[in-house]
Write a protein that binds this ligand. Structure first.
Ligand SMILES: Cc1cc2nc3c(=O)[nH]c(=O)nc-3n(C[C@H](O)[C@H](O)[C@H](O)COP(=O)(O)OP(=O)(O)OC[C@H]3O[C@@H](n4cnc5c(N)ncnc54)[C@H](O)[C@@H]3O)c2cc1C
Ligand code: FES
Ligand code: FES
Length: 461
């Protein structure tokens, strides 16, 4: 039994959008601009760096009473991942009486916009921050803006606007989603697998064509494992921060895509006295919060990983499976003796991360096998120490973020050991703190480095 469907359903400002006949690799940004003509959201780089495309994606809480929003780079997210969710763009912020959102008003009042190209993305990042942090300080605002490049205004007025907007009454800051919630309950994806007449699992499709290409979004790990066993060539999609790049820059169009983001078991962290079992679909933003107290150095590495919109969707499993030699989570995970729980069909095995790789971008995963979870020992040891960092360095595993996050002496040791240039210690957040021309030069360097980095990572077209 194979159900053919060609509709993605999501909620946009009090109505259900049924996106019909879209390709499985259409991005949220392209759909917004080209199909819905919502051109407020901009395309700058199409690779997750500039933040002009930031939107908020909302998911209904389990009790169906609240919507939890995260900022995402719409240029990297594939439209079928939105199935069952809610989308908010800069146009959504306008109130019924025509008034602007307090962030927009403050951007005007503080002169936070010149050419305006970056402004919708900046407004969405700040509106997203104010959904969860009621009174952010300057450092939190800087962090929230670390995925948004502004070339012409300079960050000081933008940060001032954020701090000013935070003084507005809570009800005007909150995104009004009263009309969305009943619709989200209506289009919620099934949380149990479907079974055919023979008792076989029918993997839930979002898009499936008669020609055989499809985007599936399983609800359970059994359903996912069964699908991958039957379709080992399928591309596994987690946070899409690598795959989105391959779609945009290399024009890759995988025939079959299996999305892990709706698999409830993979989105959980299970804790016991000895370890945390971090599901393969848990976003890095949640891992960062989880580790903040027990492993503050690792959490600091994650704070510098990409940017908030990247960390809202990117996963540890995606970073590990991608296996880039400059990937940032693996050195810390190795230093902490992390293990991987691998699954193929009904078989599972546990493997130390140190035994996962067999070469550059090569690993021990068998056909149809995937990472189900990452196991981290509970914090008997606190932090990733300098010595552990050096150990990873000697093993040739130290990524750029780790170098910048290590304490000063650790960084000096790293430079000495490898003859490295002074690492890019100025992050966009730090640059935002400084503001002005110096910040903008630093951001330019950051951007060039990031582009070079990804240029190296992408396979030849
Ligand atoms: C702007 C930007 C900034 C970035 N900054 C950093 C950075 O600072 N440090 C860094 O290390 N990386 C960075 N990256 C790279 C990327 O964000 C990370 O590698 C991220 O962890 C990938 O996770 P994902 O969930 O998005 O993976 P996806 O893009 O969904 O998938 C990546 C690969 O992993 C495979 N995969 C995913 N889940 C599984 C699974 N459970 N089992 C087996 N295979 C799986 C996929 O099939 C694919 O091959 C950046 C990327 C961008 C675009
Ligand atoms: S267009 Fe630059 S981050 Fe999406
Ligand atoms: S206002 Fe021009 S890029 Fe920010």
């Amino acid at each position: 039994m194979s159900e053919v469907t060609n509709t993605v359903r999501f909620v946009l400002d009090g109505r259900i959008v049924e996106a019909r006949g879209v390709r499985r690799t259409t991005t949220v940004l392209d759909y917004l601009r080209e199909h819905l003509h919502r051109t407020g959201t901009k395309e700058g780089c199409a690779e997750g760096d500039c933040g002009a495309c930031v939107v908020l994606v909302g998911e209904l809480s389990e009790d169906g009473e609240r919507v939890h929003y995260v900022p995402v780079n719409s240029c990297l997210q594939l439209l079928p991942t939105l199935d069952g969710k809610s989308l908010k763009t800069v146009e959504s912020l306008q109130r019924a009486d025509g008034c602007l959102h307090p962030v927009q008003e403050a951007m005007v009042a503080c002169h936070g916009s010149q050419c305006g190209f970056c402004t919708p993305g900046i407004v969405m990042s700040l509106a997203g921050l104010l959904q969860t942090v009621r009174q952010p300080g300057r450092a939190e605002v800087n962090d929230a803006l670390s995925g948004n490049l502004c070339r012409c205004t300079g960050y000081r007025p933008i940060v001032d606007a954020a701090l000013q907007a935070a003084q507005a009454p809570a009800e005007t800051l909150r995104i009004d989603d009263a009309a969305d919630r009943p619709l989200l309950r209506q289009i919620r994806r099934a949380s149990e697998p479907l079974y055919g007449l023979e008792g076989d699992i029918v993997t839930q499709p979002v898009l499936r064509t008669r020609k055989g290409s499809e985007f599936v979004s399983p609800a359970t790990v059994d359903e996912l494992a069964d699908y991958l066993l039957k379709n080992p060539e399928a591309t596994l999609l987690a946070g899409s921060t690598e795959i989105g790049l391959k779609v945009n820059k290399n024009f890759e169009r995988p025939e079959r895509i299996a999305y892990v983001g709706q698999v409830a078991e993979l989105r959980r962290v299970q804790a016991d006295a000895r370890s945390w079992r971090i599901g393969a679909a848990v976003p890095l933003a949640e891992v960062q919060t989880l580790l903040a107290e027990a492993y503050p150095d690792f959490a600091e590495v994650l704070r510098r990983f990409g940017s908030p919109p990247i960390r809202s969707t990117a996963t540890l499993a995606g970073n590990i499976a991608n296996g880039s030699p400059i990937g940032d989570s693996m050195p810390c995970l190795m230093a902490l003796d992390a293990t991987l729980l691998l699954r193929r069909g009904t078989q599972t095995r546990e493997l130390p991360l140190t035994q996962f790789y067999t070469g550059q971008k090569r690993n021990v995963l068998q056909s149809g096998e995937f990472i189900e979870a990452v196991r981290l020992p509970a914090a008997a040891r606190r932090g990733v120490s300098r010595a552990q960092g050096q150990q990873a360095l000697r093993a040739g595993h130290l990524g750029h973020t780790v170098r910048t996050a290590l304490p000063a002496r650790g960084r000096a040791l790293c430079r000495g050991a490898r003859g490295l240039q002074r690492p890019g210690a100025v992050t966009r957040a730090g640059a935002a703190d400084r503001g002005g021309a110096r910040g903008s030069r630093a951001r330019g360097r950051d951007g060039r480095r990031a582009r070079r980095r990804r240029g190296r990572e992408l396979p030849a077209a």
